[in-house]
Design a protein around this ligand. Structure first.
Ligand SMILES: CC(C)(COP(=O)(O)OP(=O)(O)OC[C@H]1O[C@@H](n2cnc3c(N)ncnc32)[C@H](O)[C@@H]1OP(=O)(O)O)[C@@H](O)C(=O)NCCC(=O)NCCS
Length: 253
């Protein structure tokens, strides 16, 4: 079955996936993904067994097709302590009921791309996850060459937190994946070494600044600034060369 081109003014609506979406769901999955999913997966999606899923439909299509799936997102909720990103959360072991939402699949029929449909589907997931008080993040994997998907997630404030080597095996070839996380409901990543180093540098910088200011104050008390110091600091429009000449006069202070 070929999905027709989107009309000039598609009227996109979002609703939960239902049992009668089974055929279109399977078709779009096989159209847009390089990997095959088991029939059991689709059964679980349409019956809502352990999986939540939203459909995008185009109401401007003729009757009979106006409720037909043209995009979807599927996701699963799980316990944070059992997830692979437990080390990426400020995990409080006393709150063992903390949960996460993992996006399993996301796809939009080719003729409906770049209309903001994936963005809206991800928003549905985030809205759902945010409404669960125990939920701390939404996360997912992206194959390393999928630039369109990575730009979409980055635009939606997901953080790229990890690269997993050889995560996917497609037609006998291994591909890396990136792990993206969107923190919610106060869920936050523990300080990364980079964050730690950045905050140490900024602390050190402000300590040095205040030390310099104090020293300057003390010097003010002891010495009188020679005139050339003022000249040097009050000539922001001077060329570099001039400035260097002027300042070299100050260095002797
Ligand atoms: C990735 C995909 C879901 C995007 O769906 P979409 O409805 O076209 O996405 P949107 O219109 O909401 O686009 C949102 C943002 O994604 C990015 N994006 C989408 N398509 C892009 C492309 N072809 N190239 C680069 N960036 C792209 C852009 O940043 C875009 O924002 P912008 O339009 O303001 O620049 C769709 O291309 C698709 O189904 N691909 C095949 C399946 C897939 O890769 N799924 C994701 C698996 S993790």
């Amino acid at each position: 079955m070929v999905i027709p081109k989107a009309s000039h003014c598609p009227s996109i609506r979002y609703r939960p996936v239902r049992p009668y979406d089974l055929e279109m769901l399977e078709q779009i999955h096989s159209d847009v993904f390089p990997i095959r999913y088991e029939p059991e997966f689709f059964q679980n999606v349409v019956s809502g067994r352990d999986i939540v899923a939203w459909a995008a439909v185009d109401r401007s299509r003729p009757n009979g097709q106006s409720d037909e799936l043209i995009g979807f997102v599927t996701a699963r909720i799980g316990l944070a302590r059992e997830s692979e990103i437990v080390d990426l959360l400020r995990y409080d072991s006393s709150k063992s009921d903390q949960t996460l939402v993992y996006i399993l699949t996301l796809g939009v029929a080719e003729t409906y791309r770049n209309l903001g449909i994936a963005t809206s589907l991800i928003r549905e997931v985030i809205k759902y996850a945010s409404s669960i008080p125990t939920c701390r993040a939404v996360y997912l994997h992206v194959i390393s060459y999928n630039n369109a998907a990575m730009r979409l997630y980055q635009k939606m404030s997901f953080k790229r937190v990890r690269r997993l080597q050889g995560f996917y095996l497609i037609n006998g070839q291994h591909y890396d994946s990136y792990l993206f996380v969107c923190y919610l409901n106060g869920g936050r990543s523990p300080c990364s070494p980079l964050e730690l180093a950045t905050s140490m540098v900024s602390c050190l910088r402000s300590a040095l600044k205040s030390l310099a200011a104090r020293l300057r104050k003390n010097e003010d008390k002891v010495f009188k600034w020679p005139k050339c110091k003022e000249t040097c600091c009050l000539i922001p429009t001077q060329s570099k060369r001039n400035l260097a000449t002027e300042c070299s006069g100050c260095e002797c202070v």
